[in-house]
Design a protein around this ligand. Structure first.
Ligand SMILES: C[S@@+](CC[C@H](N)C(=O)[O-])C[C@H]1O[C@@H](n2cnc3c(N)ncnc32)[C@H](O)[C@@H]1O
Length: 266
């Protein structure tokens, strides 16, 4: 199997379900998964002021409602198996798949800790003027079940002011240009978003796994925060992009910034 990245932050060119089968049960502290949203189904969007087809790639095509749900159940089962008993899983999505993901998690007896709304201050306009502008995505954060003591670094995420707790609505702009210097991925996530999830729910030295690694945002955030990282990605061009981005990141770099800032994550 082809491997990209570096010791401590590796990306494997593989189908994530096959790959997870070789990971021992109970060995991962946190899974961050940004799976295909199955948006590429003939719709249109606005790009650079013009109508454009929504086509992220063959990996994003819908297999029909039942097929998409079966796939979600397959990869989620493996992801939960490899999680430590105290580990947690984050999954992202829009209305196209988030209900399937949430239903699968609850069916598997996972406990939803939070439903985060990622509010986008800069969304693309609704192309056909037939609906409200889609201006958010959802992140589900779940633990392995009742009684499991998950990590939540309250003091790292919140300021000392008890009336100013960080809520489940995160307003974070889309990916800035400086995060796209190494190449293009159609659904790259902003580092600020993934950093906050990792900072909140893992400790330094923990192992983070991303089954749908894409351009490597989770790997970059994990490395910057002094966590170990393993990812799976089935498209070679994205695994190569992830390697470039991970290589350019400074191990522990954000941890140092955080201690200078007095533990504030953005
Ligand atoms: C939504 S994107 C993830 C983007 C990533 N979070 C980032 O910031 O760049 C999903 C990625 O999963 C990959 N993918 C789709 N199906 C996969 C599978 N079965 N196994 C591994 N990777 C897969 C796609 O090629 C795509 O790069």
């Amino acid at each position: 199997m082809q491997a990209f990245g570096e010791p401590g932050a590796m990306v494997y060119l593989a189908d994530c379900v096959d790959f997870m089968k070789i990971i021992p049960s109970g060995s991962v502290d946190m899974v961050f998964a940004d799976p295909p949203y199955r948006l590429s189904r003939g719709g249109v969007t606005v790009k650079y002021g013009r109508l454009a087809p929504v086509d992220k790639g063959s990996w994003d095509r819908s297999m029909g409602f039942a097929g998409d749900h079966r796939f979600n159940v397959r990869w989620l089962k493996e992801a939960c198996r490899i999680l430590k008993p105290e580990g947690t899983i984050w999954v992202t999505g829009t209305h196209h798949i988030i209900f399937s993901l949430g239903f699968a998690l609850q069916t598997m007896q996972l406990k939803l800790i939070n439903q985060i709304t990622w509010a986008k201050p800069d969304p693309p306009p609704n192309a056909l003027h037939t609906a409200f502008t889609h201006a958010h995505e959802t992140l589900l954060w779940a633990s392995k079940g009742r009684g499991a003591r998950h990590t939540f670094n309250y003091d790292l995420i919140n300021s000392r002011d008890p009336t100013a707790q960080v809520s489940s609505v995160w307003s974070i702009p889309s990916v800035p240009k400086r995060e796209k210097l190494h190449g293009y991925h159609p659904t790259q996530k902003p580092l600020r978003l993934v950093r906050r999830a990792i900072l909140a729910s893992t400790r330094e030295g923990d192992l983070v796994f991303d089954p749908f690694c894409g351009s490597g945002t989770t790997g970059v955030a994990a490395k910057e925060l002094g966590r170990f990282f393993v990812g799976a990605e089935k498209e070679e061009e994205y695994a190569e992009l992830a390697e470039l981005r991970i290589g350019a990141a400074e191990r522990g770099g954000v941890l140092r910034e955080l201690s200078d800032l007095g533990a504030k994550d953005d």
